[in-house]
Design a protein around this ligand. Structure first.
Ligand code: HEC
Ligand code: HEC
Length: 270
């Protein structure tokens, strides 16, 4: 009798340990889930996650099937003609279709920019469809992209360090290898500048929020808008290409003037 109670007690204590562990795991798990969901709620405050409705996704899927699937595959899984779009995010679609690069017209070293073929609603639908296939960068909120609340000086510094080697200090653009080029950035909307940074089209690297924070991206946009609105203070810009272009300018026009003067002087003396 005494032995049985004792053994019962002995059996209860491992059970208690197990239930303690289960309760412990559930509390930490719950706390973690709570913590990570508040953390992701913080993330989303920097970017608008426009809740895509199912009808928008369906509309996007239809547009995708008739305009994009030939190259990207019926479920955007990619083909030999175009990469998989699973996980590229709404921002990539908004950038590629909004700047008219997609649908790509002809195979070439780089997708050409052209007037967008779709209305804003259609672009949003396409973006919502691709975003529904896998998580990726979302379309940024206007507060970060309108170029009004950034620090132009800080943006200029960031631009010089991260972007100027391809796009030129003044954002005038420049040639890259194999027929590719980094485009001129003075006529790009703030939204497309932001999206280019988070998605890294083609040869451009991705600048995620750890490399360049959303506020720093806003600074860069402010700087580029400043360059756009304030033409060079004096003289000809010469494409802001730097010493080579300036040297060439003097070489051709300066030397040309000297030659012309010589010709004129000798003509007079005859
Ligand atoms: C003629 C073939 C073709 C068609 C049609 C086409 N694409 Fe593309 N797409 C490509 C190729 C090739 C690339 C990669 C080359 C590049 O980025 O310059 C690409 C790249 C992309 C990217 C960038 C992917 C990334 O990694 O960020 C997106 C987004 C995209 N396409 C969306 C679309 C959408 C949406 C449509 C339809 C409206 C479309 N494409 C139609 C060929 C095509
Ligand atoms: C390694 C070279 C490289 C670097 C560095 C680079 N880019 Fe780019 N960028 C490119 C190329 C190449 C393209 C064109 C991609 C295409 O057409 O598919 C591009 C395209 C863009 C576009 C789209 C322009 C348009 O006309 O639609 C923007 C905006 C842009 N870059 C901004 C930036 C900013 C801002 C930085 C720095 C934070 C940067 N880039 C750094 C190579 C680069």
């Amino acid at each position: 009798m005494f032995n049985r109670t004792k053994s019962k007690k002995g059996r209860r204590s491992p059970l208690a340990t197990v239930s303690l562990i289960v309760v412990g795991l559930m509390t930490t798990g719950g706390a973690y889930a709570l913590f990570s969901s508040t953390a992701s709620a913080d993330d989303s405050s920097t970017t608008t996650v426009a809740a895509a409705s199912q009808s928008q996704v369906n509309e996007g899927q239809k547009l995708f099937a008739s305009n994009c699937a030939t190259c990207h595959g019926l479920s955007a899984q990619g083909t030999s003609e175009g990469p998989s779009l699973i996980g590229v995010g709404a921002a990539s679609v908004d950038f590629q279709v909004g700047t008219g690069r997609m649908p790509m017209a002809a195979q070439g070293p780089q997708a050409e920019e052209k007037p967008s073929q779709f209305t804003d609603t259609q672009v949003d639908a396409l973006a919502a469809y691709v975003a529904s296939l896998g998580p990726g960068p979302s379309i940024p909120s206007t507060s970060l992209t309108d170029g009004s609340d950034g620090d132009a000086a800080a943006g200029a510094e960031l631009f010089r360090i991260n972007c100027a080697m391809c796009h030129n200090v003044a954002g005038a653009g420049g040639a890259l290898t194999e027929g590719k080029y980094a485009p001129n950035l003075t006529n790009v909307t703030g939204k497309h500048i932001y999206e280019a940074m988070v998605t890294g089209p083609q040869n451009m690297p991705v600048f995620n929020d750890l490399n360049i924070t959303p506020q720093q991206k806003a600074d860069i946009i402010t700087y580029l808008k400043y360059v756009q609105d304030n033409a060079s203070p004096g003289g000809f810009g010469l494409g802001a290409l730097g010493p080579v272009a300036e040297g060439l300018f003097i070489w051709i026009f300066g030397l040309g003037a000297v030659v012309a003067m010589t010709v004129w002087l000798t003509a007079k003396s005859n």
